[in-house]
Design a protein around this ligand. Sequence first.
Ligand SMILES: C[S@@+](CC[C@H](N)C(=O)[O-])C[C@H]1O[C@@H](n2cnc3c(N)ncnc32)[C@H](O)[C@@H]1O
Length: 300
Amino acid sequence: MLAYQSSPVQKLVTADAEINSFILPDEKNLDKKTVDSFGDEWSSFHSFDDAEIEKIGDEYFDIVKENQLNKNSLVLDVGCGSGRWSKYVASKAKFVEAVDPSNAVYVASKLTSNLSNVRVTQAGVSNIPFANDSFDFVFSLGVLHHIPNTQQAMQSCVEKLKSGGYFLVYLYYRFDNKSVLFKLLFAFSNVFRLVISKMPHGLKKIVCNLIAAVVYFPLAKISSLVKNIFGEKMQQKIPLFYYANKSFYIMQNDALDRFGTPLEQRFTKKEIEKMMIDCGLTEIVFSAQTPYWHAIGKKK
Ligand SMILES: C[S@@+](CC[C@H](N)C(=O)[O-])C[C@H]1O[C@@H](n2cnc3c(N)ncnc32)[C@H](O)[C@@H]1O
């Protein structure tokens, strides 16, 4: 466990824990509506199947090697949400500091309560309460595209890394490796997001559950069928094929994430690579597998 660099603004007391909060009234580089929406999302989705989390975790961490993350590693999870990836990483690392600015910290704290090497803290990316150059491994999965200035947010993450440490990031892709059909479908679906994300949480959840049932689930099943008949290459031409081996719970969660969030940005592989280089990362490796794009880089 690392020492905090400053004193917490307040302590959030729960039945099982005390969570230190460093959220400032004028928190920088944070979209309040988006953060509140995630607080609601993670209080609805927190009962993940352990085996499924291991399987999906392996997809995000497929490019991470033993010399980059191991039992000696001090790890920082930026935008931990429910804490599922902190839980996944806990068995592979020495200690995991998990931060998130939303009320998801209550969920994350509960999910990791039986892990002695995970601490959850409420903080935004621009005010992470640890000294610069203190972590061996920093990761941020599905977070930085929900932040107003993604480049600056990435810089804030990399600052926390020791020289020679590694940064793993997953950012929504701009369909740069997909056909025009995918791009058009995305533009169409984005109109729905702009409407749905403004709804109150209860209604948003109902609508997103419906989308999971009538869009995600059938496309996932069709893509499985296509894979069985025509193989993996053809399967990848079906939108949402990523969900072929995922549970309906994950589809519901991701539909809410995708359509319920006010701020989302998308990036090409080239743009992400440039951001990483500009942050002082080197030896950048992108995974060729879904979810697109996730990449790792080493701090110079
Ligand atoms: C899509 S969720 C991903 C959560 C988690 N990484 C996962 O993959 O399960 C995005 C998370 O980013 C967090 N977030 C939003 N703005 C942030 C900011 N300015 N600093 C740090 N985290 C932020 C949200 O609170 C939310 O929990």
